[in-house]
Design a protein around this ligand. Sequence first.
Ligand SMILES: [Zn+2]
Length: 143
Amino acid sequence: MKTSISIESSFSAAHRLLGYPGNCSNIHGHTYRVIMRLSVNHEELEFVTNELGIMVDFKTMKNFLQNWLNINFDHAILLNSKDHKLIDFCKQEGPKTFVFFACNPTAENIAKIIFKNIKQEFTLLQSIRVYESPITYAEVSNA
Ligand SMILES: [Zn+2]
């Protein structure tokens, strides 16, 4: 048995997928929803909760995730490192750009990057789920 706590944040960004045979190869935007979940096994729960019965304060989780998303992804252009034309253009124009190394900025890869970075701060991190639309998401998890 596990106990989990989750919070939700969001960010807006533009991206395009190189080599995609359809509309996603055009520059377009999403308001991404991000669900961050921390989990602990039932046997360990008493060791990670404080005297108030709180694992990690929701406010602490929300502030950290939203701050990380604001700095790195919010109102940025998310690009594949092979998208040279657009990277050059963005550097000239000066918009905020996040370059993905050797991969497309898909929901899967966005979730992976968020997971790796948030895991450094929250050891109980179980999963990061990234919604690209109300009905489509990618999730990266420990198991
Ligand atoms: Zn898209």
